[in-house]
Design a protein around this ligand. Sequence first.
Ligand SMILES: Cc1ncc(COP(=O)(O)O)c(C=O)c1O
Length: 394
Amino acid sequence: MKYDFETLIPRYGVGSEKWDEMREAVPDLPEDIVPLSVEDMEFKNAPEIVEGLKEYLDTSILGYTHATDAYYEAVIRWMERRHGFSPKREWFVEYAGVVPALRHMVGVFAKPGDSVMITTPVYYPFRSSIEFNRCQVVESELVETDGRYEIDFDDFEKKASREDVKLYILCSPHNPVGRVWTEAELRRIAEICLAHGVFILSDEIHFDLIMPGYRHFSMMNLEGEYRANCAVCTSPGKTFNLAGLQASNILIPDKERREAVVKSRGWFSLNALSYRAVELAYDRAEDWMLEMLRYIDGNKKFVVAFLREHLPFVRAAELEGTYLLWLDFRALGLPARELEAFMREKAYLFFDEGYIFGKGGEGFERLNLACPRHVLAAAMERLEQAVKMAYPAK
Ligand SMILES: Cc1ncc(COP(=O)(O)O)c(C=O)c1O
């Protein structure tokens, strides 16, 4: 292995959201507990990005900065090389993060009182972005069969055809259930939405995090009017663990819609370090990403094998993409809040609770696999001990 994914850097006192939240929730935690929740990685930064930023700081001035040709070219090359589409430069709308972009775009494309569709369980800020804009949430629940989730297209179309539904927020790949939607599924979504005048906000922030054997199809790979009916949210934030730099590129091919977003966004630029970090990530850190993905795949295999051997009643959804493993604890029969309390207080496990992802999430836990394997090994041992103590029959 060329890169180090084994060294843990504790993040107490440096402003890490998930580490601080964990301490607040259970103040007397043992020192060595690592949270397995919020989606950033417990891996050292890619050395190519660190070195490049040091060089930048040594040789530049941190004045007002806007995107350079080199910035756009690096992003475009990445989309071409990794995702098979070539975004035009004018499609770009930079934003300080995908969540703020979604929140803004819901307000641009829907009026208060309109409805916005989501397919649940899904990344919870989708709901809050809709509610923030005083719109109604319409949930089409995913259907699970043996740990694999699918869209219920009859229900989806029925809801998309409602007069009040103006937008659909797609999560592709899907957080938290780990699906990498197939091209056929995505084309069907695109057709239904176009037929019923529903604009698609496609959040593809996890588009690089694809497990062996799967392939991401971007809505930017669609043709003509189908593509024009989408805004695609991209970012190096998940891929290279740059969430703290808050850089995202929203691609909006339709001129009128794009101008509506740009106009209401007002004056905006990313910060100087973000521009440079995005460029460095896409141009120099691909090998780091590929090795990181192999490591995540190894982590998944480790957890799945552990559960199969020691806690076979816990079912893991197939991980097609993302680094988030969706675990089904319904066999314990615990109401959502009791499951949460059991994990935190008895097993010192800090997952993201299934119930926060909306309908279909109760009884599940979302485990973040992006950490050193020894962290997962310790977590699995705590889980086994706590379960054996509280539920000896399991
Ligand atoms: C589906 C999805 N969208 C957006 C985000 C966050 O994006 P950003 O940090 O760019 O706001 C996440 C990560 O937590 C995510 O899983």
